[in-house]
Design a binder for this molecule. Structure first.
Ligand code: ZN
Length: 192
């Protein structure tokens, strides 16, 4: 009798606690996205992606080092950040598709690129929701949402909730992580 009510009480406590946990700021990956809400899909913070086995394209450190330039490796594979304002796609308005500089996966189009004033290329939407993966990034004592390539897991940049309509999102992406394939040309590395 007593034990039963204790267990019952514990169950209520746990369910209340669980309910509360879903509304803790920063734990929004537990929350379901409602229609019309800002649509940042988050996955559980994995702390480190040293294995990267969950991505379709998996290469060893030495393979990536061989294929990428030093700055590409530092940004794409070591989550680096390039300098603002002096990077190659910050100002460009050329039409085309931006693909991952590491694997050629199509990521963004020039149609959703805009001038955010931040110093890096900014987009308000990826080319498709399967193109990228987002996850919690608590490095540098800041709570941010990291954007990585869904195919190779390479670091691209971060997404912030201060973008223009209709999404209200700002995908702030390193130029070094992108290759612009001009309109009319084929993104050969990732062509279906
Ligand atoms: Zn990639």
């Amino acid at each position: 009798m007593l034990t039963g009510s204790l267990i019952g009480g514990l169950a209520v406590f746990l369910s209340v606690f669980h309910g509360a946990a879903t509304s803790i700021p920063g734990r929004s990956y537990f929350a379901t996205v409602q229609p019309g809400q800002k649509h940042v899909e988050k996955t559980v913070n994995t702390q480190t992606d040293s294995t990267d086995m969950k991505y379709p394209i998996h290469k060893s450190k030495s393979e990536w080092k061989k294929e990428l330039t030093d700055s590409e490796y530092r940004i794409l594979r070591e989550k680096g950040t390039e300098l603002p304002f002096v990077n190659k796609y910050y100002k460009t308005d050329k039409k085309g598709v931006y693909v991952c500089a590491a694997c050629g996966n199509k990521l963004f189009t020039s149609k959703t690129k805009y001038h955010s004033g931040s110093g890096w290329p900014a987009f308000w939407k990826p080319i498709s929701k399967d193109a990228i993966v987002t996850k919690e990034d608590n490095n540098w004592l800041m709570k941010r949402t990291e954007v990585v390539c869904s195919q190779c897991g390479s670091h691209l940049g971060h997404v912030f909730e201060d973008g223009p309509e209709p999404t209200g999102l700002r995908y702030c992406i390193n130029s070094v992580a992108l290759d612009l394939v001009p309109k009319g040309q084929t993104a050969n590395k990732s062509e279906e």
